[in-house]
Design a protein around this ligand. Structure first.
Ligand SMILES: *Cc1c(COP(=O)(O)O)cnc(C)c1O
Length: 469
């Protein structure tokens, strides 16, 4: 499989190089040159497969030529073996033909584990073959950091540095990062805010001299391997609900457009999906595009669903590429315009096409809490605020009551107790058994000033399993 850039100017790469690349050299994002397409018979024959075996069949075409079948099978079995639930991604029924796909049974209790557990293992495999080591740098305000650290903790060839704003992440989220101990794991608390952390990551990618030749890798949601891993659970859920002989609808709590883009790809690969709903919080740039053809940058509104608090959606460019007939020059011009003006809209027929592909809704904090309370009252089931946004959008936008509606359950409610409390629910969500002693575990973290040089010195002093690069 070869991968091409959404801006048309960067060289095509194979899977291995895309895994290590992050952004393309022309500023674009990598997408598969040709999407595999499965027949109805093929998809039907996968019913009942264990998660890792289905994952092998869905993802095999994407890694072809880079990762041998036997290696890929072993990596997938290991990856999805660490999930707490035997079904890996179990479905829970909420109402008539309405389901939550629980994607929070992984080590850090959010769906990001599906991709980052795999990404860490794939990186380590490829690096061992090349006899190379890399450094990962990332900034987090919560979920991504812990999932990335968990995904890399067993990697021999990766040192990971995750920055979070000092004293500005919740105690559960901090402990989920700082209690994972290892020579190659480096938590840095920055005396600044999340944007300061992110700026330092960006500056480090722009000027990598401090790394003395070691490659720097990104694990944010633009990494193609993360999208690829997320395609699988759309197939897994739909197969259990009667696909490919019956269509299924999905409602997806959305921020950077990575998770729902994976659903869009699943449909293009042959999975019968009759509806894909983009569910956003007040940070609704995607809903404004879908409903009014206005992709305009707004200020950031902190919400009760912080993992969806974004100003721009980094993976949206991948959809724009398809909407423009995969014309890199057209996408490049649009993105230049967006960079200059903070605004973007597309020609009418392209927008009509986007509306045919997606429905959307923006849900504010009040409606989020009301939905948590409503579902808890109806069923006793406790939703996290991100998933609640998906449920609300599913109920508002649903096109057919006769077809199953699946809401992606993106996080466990224990991670977001504030929203549960505001919903007026007295029962406090409990940590699952594998994290029950989280508050007793030893923490390891370095506090650094909000200063690029200090951070880069720290990385070069510790980037080789805690020793200097
Ligand atoms: C990251 C995240 C999202 C948003 O996913 P995108 O792929 O960025 O759209 C939603 N919910 C939770 C809990 C998350 O961690």
């Amino acid at each position: 499989m070869r991968y091409i850039s959404t801006r048309g100017q960067a060289p095509a790469l194979n899977f291995e190089d895309v895994l290590l690349a992050g952004l393309a050299s022309d500023g674009g994002l990598y997408v598969p040159e040709n999407l595999p397409r499965f027949t109805v018979e093929e998809i039907a024959s996968w019913a009942g497969l264990p998660y890792h075996e289905l994952a092998f069949r869905v993802m095999r075409p994407f890694v072809a030529g880079s990762i041998a079948d036997a290696d890929f099978k072993r990596i997938l079995e290991e990856t999805y073996g660490v999930f707490a639930h035997q079904a890996v991604a179990p479905l829970t029924q909420l109402g008539a033909n309405e389901w939550v796909l629980e994607l929070f049974q992984g080590p850090t209790l959010a769906f990001k584990d599906f991709a980052l557990q795999l990404l860490g293992r794939l990186l380590d495999h490829v690096l061992a073959k090349r006899n190379e080591r890399v450094v990962i740098m990332g900034a987090t305000s919560g979920d991504t950091g812990s999932a990335a650290i968990e995904g890399c903790k067993a990697c021999d060839n990766v040192d990971i540095f995750i920055m979070h704003p000092h004293n500005r992440v919740s105690e559960v989220q901090r402990r989920q990062m700082t209690t994972i101990l290892g020579d190659n794991i480096h938590n840095i608390a920055i005396e600044g805010n999340f944007d300061d952390c992110q700026e330092m990551v960006k500056a480090s990618f722009a000027d990598q001299g401090f790394l003395k030749g070691t490659r720097l890798v990104a694990v944010n949601s633009i990494n193609w391997a993360r999208i690829m891993a997320q395609i699988v659970y759309y197939f897994h859920a739909a197969l259990q609900l009667g696909a490919p002989h019956r269509s299924v609808a999905f409602s997806v709590p959305t921020g950077n457009f990575g998770d729902i883009f994976a659903g869009y790809l699943a449909r293009n690969m042959g999975l019968p999906i009759n509806q894909l709903i983009v569910a956003t919080n007040r940070n609704d740039i995607l809903h404004r595009f879908m409903s009014g053809n206005r992709y305009d940058k707004d200020t950031l509104h902190p919400s009760l669903s912080p993992s969806m608090d974004i100003m721009v959606s980094s993976n949206f460019e991948r959809l724009l590429f398809d909407l423009h007939g995969r014309n890199g020059a057209a996408v490049s011009a649009l993105m230049d315009e967006f960079k200059a003006t903070g605004k973007l809209s597309v020609e009418d027929d392209r927008w009509t096409e986007a509306r045919r592909l997606f429905d959307s809704l923006a849900v504010d904090d009040e409606q989020t809490c009301a939905t948590i309370a409503e579902v808890h009252g109806q069923t006793g089931y406790l939703l996290d605020p991100h998933t609640a946004i998906g449920v609300k959008a599913a109920r508002e936008c649903r096109r057919s009551l006769a077809l199953p509606m699946v809401v992606l359950g993106t996080a466990h409610p224990v991670k977001f107790p504030e929203a549960v409390e505001k919903a007026g629910i007295a029962a406090v969500p409990q940590l699952p058994p594998h994290l029950a002693d989280l508050f007793q575990r030893e923490e390891r973290c370095s506090v650094l000033p909000n200063d690029l040089k200090a951070v880069q010195d720290f990385v070069s002093q510790h980037g080789n399993r805690g020793k200097p690069l």
